[in-house]
Design a binder for this molecule. Structure first.
Ligand code: PLP
Length: 830
């Protein structure tokens, strides 16, 4: 699948100077300065130069004498002068695409492109390493940037292409060069750029002029006609895989019956396959049929497995985001989708989510609807009435011109800036607010203004610190030693999917979780790294196999159960005469913990069993140190190491091959560098606690648990605070109530002054008992106001201090932060 000549250094492309730039990547970045409608990229060259970027593609027409002087001062930078940066970007993306001989799915059509793409990626995540366009990046600029993400690890690409004018598709075709095409449907959006519907279809079909296969629904008669007349004329060999819900002649006939979908292949006598669909509105059904047929075209996944995957499909959430707004508002952020059908959906969502009295819609001009303005805005105004919208705010000249259709009291602004300056934000209270605008209106600025910043309790995870810690341990063990990262227990409370994604990005060698469902959830979130499951119950064996999770086996009983399971599963494959795949397992040796693991005396039996079942391959063998974090146990640690080395030698001799050996956890990596063997298992150190306390400063805190002050009051000496009158005041005090309690993970043992929190630079003790959802603190010595942020733990209140105060270990503090606390991932340096 993977071709030679793929450059190993994959330069980073930047077209938007506001995008985060990883300082380490700056030197490897090419900035394409585009003189666009809204921004001139050339204005940001200096800023990027100062951030370390040295390669620029610039447009001749933008090079005024002043600019030339400015750029000449950046002597060590390389400037490539071109007529159009966009054209060069597109050409280079096409060259990049050319290096890959993998299947690439190209999707176009009026609706559903993004959903089909996202669902296909979910359905095929187990078979392929997939590159796909982020969100609906389907434009002249978005497509080349997406395709440029393809690299040697990918085995499938899925890209969408959207056009709004004639002649745009040719460029996108050369970049995507799909081997399999999907034409989702044809509607009215963007009609105005085209003379006729036929012209629009013909233009979209250009995406498939080199495709091997095209999938579409023949019920769209004009798509079918144009495919046969136009596409066939230029791509005679294209294989048409068609479907119909109305009994037309097609490769697949599809029927909806009793809540099920029946898909039958005309050329197949076996009768139709039946699927239960997870979503049943007409648009979703159409999208799902496209997905099912594409999966069948690309793979041999059977109906049973396909049904399982369908059951797990998640709605594509990127179009509407629900956020907490200022003044107790909820915010529906739809600053991404701008057609009337989308508006209807968003209004429906607004009504669903709305437990508030008021509902407010902030809407920009609707661009490229293909309808006449008056008809369009009359329809929009009708939708507002039907959706019980209490306040309409229109932004843009066209909606303003059509103000007459909207109820009295509606507000109109010329542009986003005018809205941000003049809108009475304080009047927006206890409302549900839908923000929906076409891209050029930059409604993300409105969302940012309306969004509540620090709300309630959040655990902020600093991804840069996490990366820094990973690098520290990696450097410590050296490039020859592999790293397995423990992401059990919700990645020590930090949020498994996001942390795992970062680790995958940084290419660690292995992940480990405690239970199968943790591994399944990682796979469903797109994690393709090998994953070890430390406590695999027999009920979960099928899931382990389905999701390519590798069990840790720690007893003869469990080993035999797994062996029998694999033999049963393989029996079917055997019959087909295919070579049996190896199943990777991990063996745990008990060298002194006496928790899980094989004793040395059991190894001969393990070897005999494994030699009789060669499809089981021992990927790794490992053991766990009992006291790596404390020097008083050094002698015992050494004893464990020696026993472990002896056991793995016995296994190697008995099996005839050497499994990867690993012993050290975070503390062990620092304390016993000589015991690192072939791999180490990194846990708490990654999450910001250096447990051996030898190299404390090398590791940065990752999590900051924050909350806010709900109320402040003065309470005289002699009064008590909270339950059971435990917090007796010996002074007149200022007492603040915090929006965090033991149910959030703020340990109740920190009550009554045992714990302190950080308020605007002052440590303030707890007063009285910590409650389930609230905590009272004494802020007499601090400057504090209601609504202020309070740090429960983080750089200024170390987790280790908290743990010491209540006689526990940092692990417990980290993993106790309740899942109801929102995790917010921050990346600085952008
Ligand atoms: C959790 C765990 C680790 C990681 O330990 P840390 O002290 O967090 O580094 C390593 N090995 C095993 C078997 C574990 O369960």
């Amino acid at each position: 699948m993977i071709t030679e000549n793929i450059p190993s250094i994959h330069p980073h492309w930047l077209t938007d100077s506001r995008q985060p730039l990883d300082p380490e990547q700056a030197a490897n970045t090419v900035f394409f300065a585009i003189n666009g409608e809204h921004h001139d990229g050339h204005a940001f060259v200096g800023e990027l130069y100062r951030k370390g970027v040295r390669q620029f593609v610039v447009e001749r027409s933008a090079l005024s004498p002043d600019r030339r002087d400015e750029f000449a001062a950046y002597a060590d930078a390389q400037f490539t002068e071109v007529d159009s940066s966009l054209t060069i970007l597109q050409r280079r993306a096409a060259e990049h695409r050319h290096q890959f001989r993998i299947p690439v799915v190209g999707i176009t059509g009026s609706n559903g492109k993004t959903i089909v793409k996202e669902w296909l990626a979910q359905l095929l995540a187990d078979e392929f390493v997939i590159a796909r366009s982020p969100k609906s990046y389907n434009s002249q600029l978005g497509v080349p940037l997406s395709v440029h993400e393809l690299d040697a690890q990918h085995t499938l690409g899925i890209f969408e292409a959207g056009i709004s004018r004639p002649q745009e598709m040719a460029a996108l075709e050369a970049i995507i060069r799909p081997t399999i095409g999907i034409f989702t449907n044809i509607g009215t959006a963007h009609d105005e750029g085209f003379r006729t519907r036929k012209q629009k279809i013909a233009e979209k079909l250009r995406l498939f002029i080199h495709a091997d296969t095209l999938i579409y629904c023949v019920d769209y008669a004009d798509i079918d006609e144009e495919v046969r007349m136009l596409l066939k004329a230029v791509n005679a060999d294209v294989q048409l895989v068609t479907w119909s819900l109305t009994g037309r002649e097609a490769t697949y006939s599809v029927e909806q019956k009793d809540g099920k979908l029946l898909i039958g292949k005309a050329s197949d006598n076996a009768g139709p396959e039946s699927y239960q669909l997870p979503f049943d509105d007409a648009a979703s059904v159409e999208n799902l049929i496209h997905c099912l047929i594409t999966v069948k075209t690309l793979t041999t996944i059977g109906p049973h497995s396909l049904q399982n995957r369908l059951n797990r499909l998640r709605p594509v959430s990127m179009r509407l985001e629900l956020k907490e707004g200022i003044n107790n508002c909820i915010l529906i952020d739809d600053s991404y989708n701008n057609d009337v059908a989308g508006l209807q959906l968003a209004l429906r969502f607004l009504n669903q989510q709305n437990t508030r009295q008021q509902s407010v819609v902030i809407l920009s001009d609707v661009l490229q609807s293909g309808q006449r303005d008056d008809a369009l805005y009359e329809q929009v105004a009708d939708l507002m009435r039907a959706g019980n919208v209490t306040q309409f705010v229109g932004i843009g000249p066209v909606v303003y011109k059509n103000a007459r259709f909207f109820p009295d009291g509606s507000q109109f602004y010329a542009d986003t800036n005018a809205f941000l300056t003049d809108f009475p934000f304080a009047s927006l209270r206890d409302a549900a607010v839908l923000v929906k605008g076409a891209r050029p209106f930059s409604f993300e600025r409105i969302v940012s203004r309306l969004q509540r910043k620090a709300h309630g309790t959040v655990l902020e995870i600093n991804l840069d610190a996490l990366t820094g810690n990973l690098n520290y341990y990696r450097e410590k063990v050296g490039a020859q030693t592999k790293v397995m990262v423990m992401v059990k227990a919700f990645a020590y409370g930090s949020g498994s999917a996001e942390v795992a994604q970062l680790l995958q990005y940084h290419r660690v060698d292995y992940l480990a979780v405690a239970y199968a469902d943790e591994g399944v959830s990682l796979r469903q979130n797109g994690i393709t790294l090998p994953i070890m499951v430390m406590n695999p119950a027999p009920e979960t064996f099928a899931a382990l196999r389905e999701y390519r999770l590798e069990p840790e086996l720690f007893s003869l009983k469990l080993l035999r159960e797994w062996g029998q399971f694999v033999e049963r599963e393989n029996a079917g494959v055997h019959a087909l005469g295919t070579a049996l795949p190896k199943t990777l397992i991990h063996l745990k040796i008990d060298t002194g913990m006496h928790r899980l693991g094989f004793l040395e005396s059991e190894l001969p039996a393990v070897i005999t069993y494994l030699n009789g079942l060669p499809t089981l391959q021992v990927a790794t063998v490992f053991s766990h140190l009992v006291g790596a974090d404390e020097s008083q146990f050094n002698a015992f640690s050494q004893q464990q190491y020696e026993l472990f080395v002896r056991c793995s030698a016995t296994l190697e001799a008995g099996l005839g091959y050497q499994p990867t050996r690993h012993l050290l956890n975070s503390a062990g990596i620092v304390r016993f560098p000589d015991y690192k063997l072939d791999m180490v298992r990194l846990g708490i150190g990654l999450y910001g606690v250096e447990p051996s306390r030898i190299d404390k400063a090398a590791v940065q805190p990752v999590g900051t648990l924050k909350t806010t002050i709900s109320q402040i009051k003065r309470v005289p000496a002699g009064e008590t605070i909270g339950y059971s009158r435990r917090g007796l005041l010996d002074h007149d005090a200022c007492i603040a109530t915090l929006a965090i309690g033991y149910a959030d993970g703020y340990d109740r043992r920190l009550s009554n002054g045992v714990g302190s929190v950080w308020v605007n630079g002052t440590l303030c003790p707890t007063v009285g008992s910590i409650c389930m959802d609230m905590t009272m603190i004494d802020v007499t010595a601090a400057s504090a106001a209601e609504g202020d942020e309070v740090i429960i733990f983080g750089s200024d209140v170390p987790i280790t201090t908290l743990a010491d105060r209540i006689g526990t270990i940092p692990y417990e503090i980290l993993t106790s932060v309740s899942e109801r606390v929102k995790r917010v991932f921050v990346k600085e340096g952008n």
